[in-house]
Ligand binder design. Structure first.
Ligand code: UTP
Length: 305
């Protein structure tokens, strides 16, 4: 039993960095080998003891909802053909009805607006927010690490990692005053600061535990960076009501909202999974060799050798 029972998954964005595939396939449904990104996030929430999942989706992304529903025709086919382990995998991907809800953000007005769209389910208790495109590979799931710590700290909590001064302007940035172990006591947050104005190099990663008072702030939040209603701005405004904490989580984060981060995550999983590791290592060796050979050929052609 945990004190955080509900998790919100904002999945209504355009995924424009992955166009044209996201014209038809939601970014959250892009596969890491054989499961969509969203299923890793759901698994993280379940293993952290979350009891209710709220997906903030778009009416233009029906595939996300379909993925969690029973596919009777497919299950019958697998059953009749005695494909028991495949059937089990398909059934595991299905979520039981009372466990999840879908609400709809009809236009992508920003992450803050997406979270606010789920407000009818979030009135009384702190809740988690998970950004599906931040895939975090960790021994203990990142959200479980946060919940454990939040039981002592209370307030609002964000997951953070050090990204250095060059990269901080791509992130929400934590303004912290004290360090207590792996927990940063913060006085605010800024969305996408310039390297010169950034209060720290601690970037906010897509895991949050928020008090319902953040929803009141969201109701008042005007569009900020990028013309979107930013969750960061509402959390910063809520610092007058709640202590803000940053948890430096243990684990490897992959930014699957970017092409390189996405490829990096696939490679990490492929090199780790028992059914792919050995063969994939050979593929990598061959690719590296071919790449070296073509570099040497190019160097010879240009007279470098
Ligand atoms: P991102 O900014 O990474 O996603 O938001 P995006 O806007 O879909 O992608 P790009 O930048 O255009 O490539 C993080 C998460 O928040 C959701 C997205 O679906 C994504 O999972 N989101 C974002 C919403 O649900 N609604 C929004 O208005 C914005």
């Amino acid at each position: 039993m945990t004190h955080i029972k509900t998790a919100v998954f904002p999945v209504a964005g355009l995924g424009s960095r992955f166009l044209p595939i996201t014209k038809a396939v939601p970014k959250e449904m892009l596969p890491l080998i054989d499961r969509p990104l969203i299923s890793y996030a759901v698994e993280e929430a379940k293993s952290a003891g979350i009891e209710q999942l709220i997906f903030v989706s778009s009416p233009d992304k029906p595939m996300i909802e379909q993925y969690f529903q029973t596919n009777v025709k497919l299950e019958n086919h697998l059953f009749q053909n005695r494909k028991t382990s495949k059937l089990r995998q398909v059934q595991l991907a299905t979520l039981p009805d009372p466990f999840y809800k879908f609400v709809y953000q009809t236009s992508p007005r920003g992450l803050g607006h997406a979270v606010w769209t789920a407000r009818e389910y979030l009135r009384d208790e702190p809740f988690a927010v998970i950004l599906v495109d931040d895939f975090i590979h960790a021994k203990k799931p990142c959200l479980a690490q946060m919940i454990e710590r939040h039981a002592f700290t209370g307030g609002n909590m964000v997951a953070t990692m050090d990204v250095g001064p060059q990269e901080i302007s791509a992130y929400g940035c934590l303004d912290y005053t004290e360090i207590e172990g792996n927990c940063l006591k913060a006085s605010g947050m800024v969305e996408k600061p310039t390297p010169e104005t950034a209060p720290s190099t601690q970037a906010v990663i897509g895991r949050y535990i928020l008090q319902p008072s953040v929803l009141d702030e969201l109701a008042k939040t005007k569009p900020g960076a990028g013309g979107e209603i930013q969750l960061t701005d509402a959390i910063a405004a809520d610092c007058k009501n709640q202590q803000l904490w940053g948890l430096q989580f243990e684990g490897q984060r992959y930014d699957c909202g970017s092409k390189i981060g996405y490829l990096d995550a696939i490679m990490a999983l492929a090199l780790e999974r028992a059914d792919t590791a050995v063969a994939f290592r050979k593929v990598l060796q061959r690719q590296t060799q071919q790449n070296q050979n073509s570099r040497v050929r190019a160097a010879i052609a240009f007279g470098v050798y």
